[in-house]
Design a protein around this ligand. Structure first.
Ligand code: MN
Ligand code: MN
Length: 460
């Protein structure tokens, strides 16, 4: 730790190579490769929670809260886990929260239509997307359908190179003259985000009876292969997501590109850290919520009572004599979510001294919100002071930023839902470029630095 009078965030690549050179470099890329596999595999909240639950189970976590390492999933879309510390629960827990949902295109409940010689699936977008980014690119379908007999049919179509993909056609430039004069908000209509599903009409015998031979053929294929019918789409959650794996970006592999890094980079790093620290001082916990991208409402979102119920059961199993409010008021949390990285080509939307830089470690956000911190839960200076000193002592690179210039826009996280319990909480996570796009970009070294930071928090 230096005692200079001026402050500037440190470049994490320099921090780590200065420290241990080659060995640390190997660790950085080994972690990144595991992260690429995770990102490529987990593209929906259900897939992410299944991954987390599997890892926790392998690490010995039990559904029984009387055990020292316990977990509780909720409807396959949220999960809580906790590990007993050396200190009593009354001294508070160290908790990291993140969200498992990501912007995407959900299929409508009656999605299938046929027009102009193609069958299409109508979509309803989820979360904040820039609609044009989803056009003319390969998309995969992930999700579940619940049949009338109660059977769950799991679908993942378009990830295996041998499988077909889906796509949304875009207008050709030759005929886009009128569209080119509109604003971006007006030019791309949500009702035109229709997935190409098929093109071959049903056999002639069927065609005679059938108004929509291409749609019929699609339904026939689905019936043959998955034993599902059109009504099954009504009780389904099917998501169109970018097809294909996450990749390193750049000649030096210094960047990671992939769908859903907001907020799966925090899910991955928080879980790594949580599992790394096997004998913590304070009890440790993770909670991964769904629905953050649409306001955190719903049974599996952060605004629900799920965390409260888990903590009630945990404290009555581990330390019934201590009041839950006492446990919560003594606890510390990190709201692990990504921050907008300074965009090299749109630097004017940022205020540079308070912008997050790729490769400078996880980024604190003291508050989120918009228009005069409206809607924010602001962390207190004391908590930030304690964390800064904790990370400096371990030489972990970190930085602090706001999301863009004041009055430029803004956003929110799950921090305020945790702050409602009176525990100390602050946002901290890696910087991301192209946030909410089908191919988000993070820094390979920030993945490593963030894992180190979360691990240090759990050990503290
Ligand atoms: Mn997020
Ligand atoms: Mn987001």
């Amino acid at each position: 730790m230096t005692h200079e009078t001026a402050y500037a965030p440190q470049n994490a690549w320099k921090t780590y190579t200065q420290q241990e050179e080659n060995n640390q470099g190997k660790d950085i890329f080994a972690l990144a490769r595991r992260y690429l596999d995770f990102l490529s595999q987990c593209k929906t909240e259900r897939e992410t929670i299944a991954y987390v639950q599997k890892k926790l189970t392998e690490a010995g976590f039990s559904l029984d809260f009387s055990q020292n390492a316990a977990m509780r999933p909720l409807r396959g879309k949220a999960i809580f886990a906790a590990r007993k510390g050396r200190l009593p629960l009354g001294q508070g827990i160290h908790l990291i929260a993140a969200h498992v949902d990501t912007p995407r295109l959900d299929l409508k409940q009656r999605p299938l239509i046929e027009q102009a010689q193609v069958a299409q699936a109508k979509t309803h977008y989820y979360g904040g997307i820039r609609k044009y980014q989803w056009l003319a690119r390969p998309l995969a379908l992930h999700g579940v359908l619940i049949r009338e007999d109660g059977e769950t049919v799991r679908l993942t179509l378009g990830e295996n190179p041998h499988e077909p993909v889906f796509t949304i056609a875009d207008l050709l430039p030759h005929l886009a003259q009128k569209q080119n004069t509109r604003t971006v908000a007006e030019a791309f209509e949500a009702e035109k985000l229709n997935l190409l599903m098929g093109h071959c009409p049903a056999s002639p015998a069927g065609e005679e009876k059938c108004q929509e031979p291409i749609k019929s053929q699609i339904l026939q294929l689905l019936a043959d292969k998955y034993h599902i019918c059109e009504e099954d789409f009504i009780s389904a959650e099917l998501q169109a997501v970018p097809a294909g794996p996450a990749r390193f970006v750049g000649l030096d592999k210094g960047l990671i590109g992939g769908y859903g890094q907001d907020d799966r980079i925090c899910v991955f790093t928080a879980l790594e850290a949580f599992l790394n620290v096997q004998e913590p001082e304070h009890a440790t916990a993770i909670i991964f919520w769904d629905k953050e991208e649409i306001g955190s409402e719903g049974a599996t979102g952060a605004a629900s009572r799920f965390f409260n119920y888990c903590m009630e059961d945990l404290s009555s199993a581990w330390e019934p004599q201590t009041r839950l409010s006492h446990v919560l008021l003594s606890s510390m949390a990190l709201s692990a979510d990504v921050q907008a990285a300074l965009d090299p080509d749109y630097q004017d939307v940022h205020e540079k001294q308070n912008a997050a830089l790729l490769g400078h470690g996880p980024c604190f956000s003291k508050f989120t919100g918009s228009r005069g911190k409206y809607g924010a839960s602001e962390a207190d200076a004391e908590y930030l002071g304690w964390l800064r000193s904790l990370f400096n002592a371990q030489n972990i690179p970190w930085q602090i930023a706001e999301c863009g210039k004041v009055d430029q826009g803004g956003g929110g996280t799950v921090a305020l839902f945790l702050a409602a319990y009176g525990l100390r909480v602050i946002d901290i996570g890696p910087a991301v470029l192209s946030m909410h796009s089908p191919f988000e970009i993070s820094s390979t070294v920030d993945l490593y630095a963030t894992t180190q930071a979360y691990t240090t928090f759990y050990k503290a």
